[in-house]
Design a protein around this ligand. Structure first.
Ligand code: BGN
Length: 432
């Protein structure tokens, strides 16, 4: 190289540096804006280059998250920045949980003894409905499974599959969906407390325990939610307007955490959870919508429900949060001070139950979650699961579900039967 050529080299070096700097700025701006704004596309789509995508191996999806899920979730909030609560117009004092005269701040939940049975709970609430309200309203009760139950005896009646307050008409009709596998003690502690909690808020409600009975090893919470949602929407006489998706091991601690649906946005009511033994609250990440989520029929449909692909513990709720982003939806949250829960998870340790196995594939699934929105969810649930038994108690409806019909050869796992538990607690069985 001769000395004469140096100026030319300098010029191209300068051009190269300038070009790379501009390129770097463009890329970093794009990535940071996808963190900060819900409006910017979250996924990288290969459909720009249609021809190339045809030659890609089948297993590579057409579009996927631009950045790993964990990075995205850590930097993103799913909470709405601007929102409005519904404002019921007629007779406020009787319609909305917020105006109930039974609210009293802290909810006096109880941790029942391990020997509690479903019959105990059934009897407790059936007896309550037959009491003389004015006299017995706040008398603490002692039972074989808990002492000093101080739940207010709110006048309630069980009518056509729903519990309704007698004095007023509720603003909405709510279904509480509780997925389950094993963990029967948690389900009993849940039922005992949550009935009292819902009554203080004057809800018209029915609780659905959705138990996975096949397969026995791996839990699929998304399929259980989709199956129950589908069952409830087909049961038109219930006329449900609000869906409350609830973990079985959470008990709300504050009356002002209103379990009402808001028309515009879903509501996430679990900000902090504490363990029974340690007692300190744990705050979860901003992107989390697991725990308790309250949403309308339209919200659930718009999201196409949960993905059906998550087997084992974790990820299905994060996948739903990505669906929210995709659909430009956000959640509203009650004030931090009232969105508090006690978790009954430790009590599991003393009981035999299949331990929740972590799903190692969840990170991979989350990466291409958004492109499955239309094809994987509520829309194809009927091809995957079957309700094999419906057992009606007054305190809950027990749906037993085979969540993998294509792989179960035993036909008894795919035929349905209906059992009704009468007030005298003597079950009768009917074939569907
Ligand atoms: C998260 C789980 C959620 C679960 C919460 C709270 C995952 C996906 C990869 C980050 N998410 O870590 O499913 O609800 O913890 O327990 O594992």
């Amino acid at each position: 190289m001769t000395p004469r050529k140096f100026p030319l080299l300098k010029k191209s070096l300068f051009r190269f540096i300038l070009f790379s700097t501009i390129l770097f700025i463009i890329i970093t701006t794009l990535i940071s804006s996808s963190f900060n704004s819900r409006q910017v596309p979250l996924i990288y789509s290969l459909s720009f280059c249609k021809n190339e995508s045809k030659s890609l191996p089948f297993s590579i999806p057409e579009s996927y998250l631009l950045i790993p899920y964990r990075e995205f979730a850590l930097r993103t909030s799913i909470a709405c920045r601007v929102f409005k609560f519904d404002n019921p117009t007629k007779n406020l004092s009787s319609l909305h949980p917020k105006y109930s005269k039974y609210l009293n701040g802290i909810f006096p939940y109880v941790i029942p003894s391990q020997n509690i049975t479903f019959d105990d709970i059934e009897k407790f609430y059936t007896d309550l409905s037959s009491l003389n309200y004015s006299k017995e309203a706040f008398v603490p009760r002692h039972t074989s499974f808990a002492t000093n139950l101080t739940f207010a005896n709110v006048p309630y009646i069980y009518k056509n599959g729903m519990w309704e307050p007698i004095e007023v008409q509720s603003y909405q009709r709510s279904a509480i969906l509780v997925p389950l596998q094993g963990r029967h003690y948690n389900a009993k502690a849940f039922l005992l407390n949550l009935h009292a909690y819902f009554r203080r808020q004057l809800l018209t409600y029915a609780i659905f325990i959705i138990e996975q009975t096949y397969p026995m090893n791996k839990f699929n919470k998304g399929r259980l939610y989709n199956t129950a949602f589908n069952y409830i929407r087909q049961n038109k006489s219930l006329n449900i307007t609000c869906y409350i998706l609830h973990d079985v091991d959470l008990i709300p601690e504050h009356d002002s955490n209103y379990y009402s649906c808001e028309t515009m946005n879903p509501k996430h009511t679990t900000s902090r959870v504490r363990q029974l033994i340690r007692g300190n609250y744990v705050k979860y990440y901003e992107f989390l919508i697991g725990g308790v989520l309250i949403l309308t029929y339209n919200h659930y449909e718009e999201l196409n429900g949960f993905s059906n692909l998550y087997w084992g513990w974790g990820g299905e709720d994060d996948d739903l949060a990505l669906r929210f982003v995709q659909q430009k939806m956000c959640v509203i949250r009650p004030p931090f001070a009232v969105a508090i829960y006690t978790g009954t998870f430790e009590s599991e340790k003393t009981l035999p139950h299949p331990k929740g196995q972590r799903n190692n594939q969840r990170f991979g699934l989350l990466l291409w979650s958004t492109i499955r929105l239309k094809t994987d969810g509520l829309h194809n649930i009927e091809t995957l699961t079957r309700i094999v038994e419906v057992k009606r108690w007054t305190t809950f409806t027990h749906l037993k579900v085979n969540v993998d019909i294509t792989n179960s050869k035993d036909t008894s796992l795919s035929t349905s039967k209906v059992t009704t538990t009468t007030a005298k607690l003597t079950p009768t069985t009917k074939k569907k």
